[in-house]
Design a protein around this ligand. Sequence first.
Ligand SMILES: Cc1cc2nc3c(=O)[nH]c(=O)nc-3n(C[C@H](O)[C@H](O)[C@H](O)COP(=O)(O)O)c2cc1C
Length: 477
Amino acid sequence: MYSDLREWLKEVDDFGELKKISGVHWDTEMGPLTQLMHEHYKDRTPALLFDETPDYPKGYRTLYGHFSTLNRIALTLGLPLHTGKVELVRSYLEKLKDFKPIPFQFVKDGPVLENVQMDDEVNVLKFPVPRHHELDGGRYIGTACVVITKDPERDWYNLGTYRSQLYDERTIGLQITGGKHGRIHRDKYFAQGKPMKVAIVVGQDPLIYLLGASPIPEGMSEYDYAGGIKGEAIPVIRGKYTGFPIPASAEIVIEGETVPGEVKEEGPFGEWTGYYCSVAKPRPYVSVKSVVHRNDPILCCAPQHRPIDETVLLKCVTGSAAIWEAVNRADIPEVRGVWQHPAGLGVRFLVVSIKQRYHGHARQVLHVASSASQAAAYNGKWVVVVDEDIDPSDIDQVMWAITTRFDPVDDIDIIKKAWSSGRDPLVLPEHGNYNNRILIDACIPYNRMLGGDFPHVVDVSNQLKKKLMEKWKGLFS
Ligand SMILES: Cc1cc2nc3c(=O)[nH]c(=O)nc-3n(C[C@H](O)[C@H](O)[C@H](O)COP(=O)(O)O)c2cc1C
């Protein structure tokens, strides 16, 4: 597999999905252009590499839209290209079956050390940090980033994608939602009155970013998970200030510390739900102590906007796999497909298809799928279960099942007071970060299936289909 971001970009370029663009401004041009490209090209949008940014040296680049296509997600995870949605999730799940984490490995040197700034030399503004959306409270250096923190109680380095606002040359804000691993780490340090060290990686191997933005089990380092996926240890060096493992071939790594009680207004920022959900709020910030970067560094960006944005597909693939695995772990048989829909922000519209085997099977799937993995439990909304003849990733088929097999009195359950966050536009802070969920059983009622009295579907039989496709193949080429 590719060893770093530059090799990954070369492969993406080779299969025709990289667009290099010069002269785009860092101030509300790169982010909005990415959104407009997405609205135009949808799931065919190329990755966008911006260079020659006004006010910045040539070669200081920004990368947007890592994961707008299934192909780029497949490449990142070492899976076959040119597959369908559910097929890609299934092949990821297959890969995870034999999965064994491989611990990261310290190496002596790496290209990330080509440029080093310590203490007073530090100037994070040397990079073309964008202001992504028109109503953002400032420039954001960390969006497609990973924030490395260490659990104060054990040897666990977590890598999480949390947005990071740039205030000045040496100060960066962090927004880490309650319940996220980096936040749990920070809460533990602060409860003891201690500062927390952090390393923020803002340009890196796309696999590290993909995993930083995905639900990886508590206590497991995303480094070790990435090693397991690549089949070899991720090479790291010791951070100059934190001593933490930082990727040896990262583009840019910023280190510093965040101190209890020291806060600055953070936000607002255009968020993944497609809204500016919160006003600026005082949040802990990072005082930067060191910056290391490669020559001609690439700053990775993922601003997010109303669907479908360039980050949601990655969450749909990894989230669907995590949910499928959780349902399997609960010993529920005959799951045929899982898909979180990009237009439903991934997590907000989940569909599972099953071959029904017993009374209550569909309801069991709904309850487990909605809660057993963080990928559905955090900020979910709609969960739908359908029969095996429905492709869960085909919204037309799902709508047909809902409109013909679902009864609004009998086939609905509601979960109240589930795990949400201030990112949810319906959440009112005074009521707490809860939301309510809807579970839809759009399967043929099992007793009617057993009784054989549910109407036959109007369709072309496989036998006739084969015959006609052969006889009239010219019509379908
Ligand atoms: C582009 C992008 C930006 C994100 N920004 C944030 C953020 O600012 N704060 C946050 O808590 N989660 C954010 N997330 C979601 C987390 O990265 C995700 O929930 C991840 O699983 C968190 O890692 P953890 O489980 O190790 O805490 C973002 C995800 C993406 C793809």
